[in-house]
Unconditional design. Structure first.
Length: 247
């Protein structure tokens, strides 16, 4: 177990050292892997804002994932989105293919915090786009019927024309496990951009809002919410969702 944790941790820090916003998608990841489980997943966001270059920005991910063993979940996904320009947004474009991996570093409940690591690479599908490494530290803590999850994110662009800085951010989810079908909660997201250049609060993207989670029909997981922009750089409002079908 210690060897596994050491190897994955070294890989994580090498990836961000080799090393767009700090978040490739609006999902707070749990540090869990289910061996032998397949999943089909759709995630998306829709922004609303008075500014033309921030209103109706959309991003969608379609993915297939598999639990390789008790500590490794891997996923392949396509990303299509509209992107902001100075005065407007672009039409829909298929922009990236991404390979995601979640490593569960210890059995659930073995430590005070349940730890995990997320590693991903985004390959560009369009000219003049760059690739991106993404790493996250995943931490989860259950207290009675309340679950708290923290993701600490690092992103680094790679390829010709890539930004030389490493971006960072955090995302937080708290949920009350009312039943398997319905868990009310809230999320907070902070994209503080380049970690070596501290921006003012309103130059960073801060969002927070209510979210709802649950498991339906034996196979379907949902995660839906509305995030309010609480800094100037964030959109005024954002609908986010994650839908999974497990089999």
């Amino acid at each position: 177990m210690k060897l596994k944790i050491t190897f994955i941790t070294i890989t994580f820090f090498c990836a961000i050292g080799l090393s767009h916003p700090a978040f490739a998608e609006k999902q707070v990841f749990e540090p869990n892997a289910e061996q032998g489980e397949w999943e089909l997943e759709n995630t998306g966001v829709y922004d609303s804002d008075p500014a033309k270059n921030k209103n109706a920005v959309q991003e969608y991910h379609e993915a297939i994932g598999y639990g390789v063993n008790s500590f490794w979940h891997t996923e392949l996904e396509l990303e299509d989105e509209t992107q902001p320009t100075d005065n407007a947004i672009t039409p829909f474009q298929l922009t990236h293919m991404e390979w995601e991996n979640i490593f569960q570093l210890a059995p659930k409940g073995e430590y005070w915090l349940d730890p995990g690591i997320y590693l991903a690479y985004e390959a560009p599908l369009m000219s003049k786009q760059v690739g991106q490494f993404e790493g996250k530290i995943l931490l989860e803590k259950d207290f009675r019927k309340i679950t708290n999850i923290l993701n600490i994110s690092f992103n680094k662009e790679v390829g010709g024309g890539a930004d030389t800085h490493t971006d960072g951010g955090i995302s937080w989810s708290t949920r009350y496990r009312l039943s398997q079908y319905f868990e009310p909660g809230f999320e907070y997201w902070n994209d503080f951009s380049a970690i070596t250049h501290q921006l003012d609060y309103n130059q960073q993207s801060h969002q927070a809002g209510p979210c709802f989670y649950g498991h339906l029909f034996g196979h379907v997981n949902y995660d839906v919410g509305y995030l309010f922009g609480i800094s100037d750089a964030a959109p005024r409002g954002e609908i986010k969702w994650v839908l999974e079908y497990e089999f």
